[in-house]
Design a protein around this ligand. Structure first.
Ligand code: FUC
Length: 758
């Protein structure tokens, strides 16, 4: 893989313009100001609040009443009825919090006198380097966040002896201890009194003096900070955990850096998508902020390499915020600036948490995906079973639209929170992992319980429509409203209904792959058969009066036709229910997307990222590209962070997924090379991409045509490959066998490296 470096040439003016580093569970954001380095620290389990009792004895009666209203044709009464029950129906979770700020003040480095400023983040080895000069003296700050040791490390050096003062600040700090070689802070969260410690071991050849406001170092050639954060969520005894954790610093900078580099670059090196710039336009050494600005300034400007960089950055951020033994990435990965993060930096499960992992399978980020599955099994499953039993009086598990690290699963926030689909949507990720790997042991040991419990919930909760069909609900089409007319002829907007299209897509998909899971594993075959039968009785997806895919079971108008969620497009992406094999729906979803965009859709980063994936699935390379460009020019901060606004990480991940979908798809039961390649990206290559069926795929192309490609699977599986080539085009394998393209497809009997015949 090429070396991808995210260059910036200014200090961050705000936290969300900083340089993010992370080891999966801890993170730090470097601001890079010469005179006052600010390192904003995070640890993923510093989260206010705690487990909540969400039992509601009347909840099931409320559910049944809404169903009755719907079946009696009094749908317009549902939202007012829910409103009349008061806000106690919905809970509010607490916020993820930062761990504090570590400051390094260096007097005399006034911004006006600084030259040669660089702030670089190497995405391959996960190391940041900030450097600048004053009066010819070179100052350097290097940082990495090590998953292997669990420590985050920062080193200050300069050509000449220097001084600095270290200080730690945070609300809710009970003890702050500065002593020679150490800073130790004992802190707690704003609510719930969750305790944690921030420990900084300071190593320097300079002199150290403890003062009231910090640790002062003078005459140093080098100052190294080894930072460890230890939380009560993870450890019973903070004293012994921090003592043991900080021992790892004894290895020293070089050894810690070497083991970190091996670990990080092994994961990052697995996959690459490299778009070739046109001759003479290599911008890879320019600042990312300037490159984004150039795209904004000139609508004809192109920067294919920025798309490659953005793809790697999407991988980088996930590896830095989600690893095999951590929690999954939250709305801001693992980064957060203060005590209250936007949307609590929670786990939003009506698209955001899912989007965080959209690129992960294809990019080969198995360790990161594991964090999601562990969270689903260890937190959502028990929490979701409680809510299913206590509130719905049903078997199985249910998760609504937000969650936290305490396994919260009940309906939250307001009427739009009456959406019992979050847990089920996440089950698709487990099934997809099986499709990618074919790993039956994983299916049985990791995925089965979670998939089954979600299926059982809906098998209990679906209800008869009186005409032989089954309905779901009450539910919503995430966060979107529709117009209903009451019996007095007055039109009102409402959230809550039965069987919105996304419900049908999620439940139908879930019940069908649950059935397949039972067929594969044979554990409860009768339940699998019943699930399949119930899926067949769900309402069909329907084309509405505008030719659009209907968002709800009835063809309502909506107050916000450009709404950021396009939930009924779930069947197109991320699921694979709407494809070229369902031409009417394929056409109708396009109408839906065009209508959304015509009314201002895609205005949040994640919404734009979703559109990129949808257009790629529609095989429309030009619109895919247009939306990537819009993501860069409208929803990307100077350091390449996605902006809702504010910073929200899902768009980074969804955007990376969409870039992958342009060059490789595998959801139609065959491999498709360059399915949505825009003209502007006519030349390039990719390597190490994973595809469903257990394949690893490499390819290179010029002029939009595949020159060479390699398909590999551990069991040497045959592969059907679709590629942009005229019928009769011949590809030759290494062994000299000729394969001829027919109807845009090639059939390969097993692993092969193929080159187009000249
Ligand atoms: C979803 C979106 C919002 C926001 C929030 C965190 O509910 O509708 O735009 O991204 O998640």
């Amino acid at each position: 893989m090429k070396n991808y470096i995210l260059h910036l040439n200014k200090p961050a003016g705000r936290w969300d313009d900083g340089t993010p580093l992370g080891n999966g569970s801890q993170g730090m954001m470097l601001w890079g100001a010469p005179a006052a380095e600010q390192i904003t620290l995070n640890e993923e389990t510093i989260w206010s609040g705690g487990p909540m009792n969400t039992r509601q004895d009347d909840y099931r009666a409320m559910i049944d009443h809404t169903r009755k209203l719907y079946l009696e044709g009094r749908e317009w009464e549902i939202d007012p009825y829910i409103d009349s029950l008061g806000s106690d129906l919905f809970y509010r979770i607490k916020s993820y919090e930062y761990a504090g700020n570590l400051w390094a003040y260096m007097d005399g480095l006034d911004a006006a006198q600084i030259t040669d400023y660089h702030r670089d983040l190497d995405l391959t080895d996960g190391k940041a380097v900030i450097s600048f000069r004053k009066d010819g003296v070179l100052y350097t700050r290097e940082a990495f966040s090590s998953h292997v040791s669990g420590l985050q490390c920062v080193r200050f050096t300069a050509d000449e002896p220097f001084a600095l003062r270290l200080e730690f600040t945070r609300e809710c700090t009970d003890v702050l201890d500065y002593k020679e070689g150490w800073i130790v802070a004992h802190c707690h969260t704003a609510f719930g009194d969750n305790k944690f410690r921030v420990c900084v071991k300071v190593e320097t050849n300079g002199s150290q003096t403890v003062s009231e406001n910090g640790l002062c170092i003078a005459d140093a050639a080098e100052v190294i900070l080894y930072i460890g954060i230890f939380t009560g969520f993870r450890h019973d005894c903070l004293e012994s955990a921090s003592a043991a954790g900080m021992m790892k610093a004894a290895k020293g900078w070089d050894a810690l850096l070497a083991e970190h580099t091996d670990d990080f670059s092994a994961i990052m090196g697995r996959s690459d998508i490299d778009f070739t710039p046109s001759a003479g336009t290599d911008l890879s050494s320019c600042s990312a902020a300037d490159r984004l600005q150039a795209l904004k300034d000139d609508e004809n400007a192109e920067d294919p390499q920025l798309i490659s960089l953005y793809y790697q950055f999407g991988k980088y951020l996930l590896v830095a915020s989600s690893r095999e033994d951590t929690l999954p990435a939250n709305l801001q990965g693992v980064w957060s600036e203060g005590m209250n993060s936007p949307w609590n930096a929670d786990y939003h499960t009506n698209i955001n948490l899912q989007m965080n992992y959209w690129h992960a399978e294809e990019a080969g980020l198995g360790e990161s995906v594991q964090a999601l599955f562990t969270y689903m099994n260890d937190y959502l499953l028990p929490g979701g079973k409680r809510v299913a039993a206590e509130n719905y009086h049903a078997r199985g598990m249910v998760v609504h639209h937000v969650s936290d690290i305490y396994g919260f699963a009940a309906a939250a926030d307001g009427p739009w929170g009456m959406w019992p689909m979050g847990g089920a949507w996440l089950a698709f990720h487990m099934w997809e992992h099986y499709l990618y790997t074919g790993d039956k042991e994983y299916l049985k040991n990791t995925a089965y319980d979670y998939i089954r419990e979600n299926a059982l919930f809906f098998m209990d909760m679906l209800f008869e429509d009186g005409k032989g069909g089954l309905l779901s609900g009450p539910s919503t089409s995430p966060e979107n409203r529709f117009f209903v007319t009451d019996d007095a002829g007055e039109t009102k907007s409402a959230y809550i209904t039965m069987s919105p299209s996304m419900d049908t897509e999620i439940i139908g998909g879930l019940l069908r792959f649950y059935k397949e899971t039972e067929e594969i594993l044979g554990l409860h075959p009768e339940d699998g058969i019943l699930a399949g039968e119930m899926a067949d009785r769900l309402p069909p997806l329907t084309v509405g009066k505008h030719g659009q895919l209907m968002e709800w079971a009835r063809d309502y108008d909506e107050p916000e036709p450009g709404h950021r969620h396009v939930s009924h497009a779930f069947g197109l992406y991320p699921a694979a229910q709407i494809t070229r094999a369902t031409p009417e729906l394929f056409k109708a979803i396009r109408v839906t997307m065009d209508r959304r965009l015509a009314s201002g859709g895609g205005h949040t980063g994640w919404s734009r990222a979703w559109l990129i994936n949808m257009f790629a699935r529609l095989r429309d390379g030009e619109h895919t590209y247009k939306n990537i460009r819009a993501l860069f020019t409208q929803s990307t901060l100077p350091n390449l962070f996605d902006a809702h606004p504010p910073f929200q990480i899902d768009g980074n991940f969804g955007g990376a997924a969409g870039i992958g979908e342009m060059v490789l798809q595998s959801h139609e039961k065959f491999l498709s090379l360059l399915p949505a390649l825009p003209d502007k990206l006519a030349n390039g290559s990719f390597s190490g991409l994973q595809a469903r069926g257990g394949y690893t795929v490499d390819a290179s192309w010029t002029g939009g045509m595949v020159d060479t490609f390699r398909i590999y699977s551990a069991d040497n599986s045959a592969a059907d490959v679709e590629l942009p080539a005229a019928d009769g085009t011949v590809y030759i394998s290494e062994a000299g066998t000729a394969y001829t393209v027919k109807n845009g497809m090639l059939h390969l009997p097993g692993n092969a490296l193929l080159t187009k015949q000249k």
